[in-house]
Design a binder for this molecule. Structure first.
Ligand code: IPE
Ligand code: IPE
Ligand code: MG
Length: 241
């Protein structure tokens, strides 16, 4: 695969944990637990092929409406994930980031996240960003309110807005090149609405706990064949007029 065809920023809606478990006669939380293993495999692979940013949708602002037991299990996963995966994160030079309202998470979850960020702060390779308690609509509103304070009467430009979104931490890689959603659903579910303006979308029926490196390779191969035009023309057609 040509290097230029590797997406710089990949965003993934990790969906289908519950259905994966249900089909095996297991409780939904077993799917979330297994899903953590997929995260490890995909993060390592992405980092190895030179992806700069991998943003994973882990918990949406709407997911609070799930049963309390399921929510609290999900909230316990960051500490499990980071404690078992930290050596590999550091060995792969991966830096942990988050987007979303972290301050509203349970204290223990916040601590696990803060610790992981501190321990990987020196890592200069891929940014592995978890969207936790994240909603794109809320992120846009937060950005607008911040800008209103700063700008007073002044006009807000697109650059202002983009730089006030939580994804501005990715700099030039703010916009995902490729969006993957597992489990067969084909919707955005309040994920990165502005940043996905020109993203290539890839949907697969595979449930997240079954999303292997091979399945990821398929998505990358599919992306490599896409013709991204951004409203312009394909390169070999520009001189045809
Ligand atoms: C995705 O899997 C994980 C989260 C939303 C936290 P789901 O839990 O949504 O699994 P399904 O969609 O019910 O199968
Ligand atoms: C989106 O999945 C959120 C995450 C993957 C964290 P959901 O399962 O919550 O989305 P809907 O409800 O099917 O749209
Ligand atoms: Mg779901």
């Amino acid at each position: 695969m040509m290097m230029s065809k590797i997406p710089q920023h990949i965003a993934i809606i990790m969906d289908g944990n519950g259905r994966w478990a249900k089909e095996k006669g297991l409780p939904r939380i077993a799917g979330h637990k297994k899903g953590v293993e997929s995260i490890k495999q995909i993060a390592k692979k992405a980092s190895q092929i030179g992806v700069k940013v991998l943003t994973l949708y882990a918990f949406s602002t709407e997911n609070w409406s799930r049963p309390e037991k399921e929510v609290s299990f999900i909230m316990s996963l960051p500490s499990v994930f980071f404690s078992t995966f930290m050596p590999e994160l550091i060995a792969n030079n991966i830096q942990i980031e988050t987007i979303g309202n972290i301050e509203a998470l349970p204290e223990k979850t916040q601590e696990a996240i803060a610790k992981a960020k501190a321990k990987t702060a020196h890592c200069t390779g891929m940014k592995l960003c978890f969207a936790v308690n994240y909603g794109a609509e809320q992120d846009i509103v937060m950005a607008m309110n911040r800008l209103r304070e700063e700008k007073k009467e002044g006009e807000i430009s697109l650059i202002d807005l983009k730089s006030a979104l939580s994804t501005s931490i990715f700099g030039a890689n703010q916009n995902p090149d490729l969006l993957i959603r597992t489990s067969g659903e084909q919707r955005l579910s309040n994920f990165l609405l502005l940043e996905l303006a020109y993203a290539e979308m890839y949907f697969t029926p595979v449930y997240w706990p079954d999303f292997t490196v091979e399945a990821f390779d398929k998505a990358l191969a599919n992306y490599a064949k896409r013709d991204r035009r951004y409203g312009g023309l394909k390169e070999d057609h520009v001189n045809e007029n």
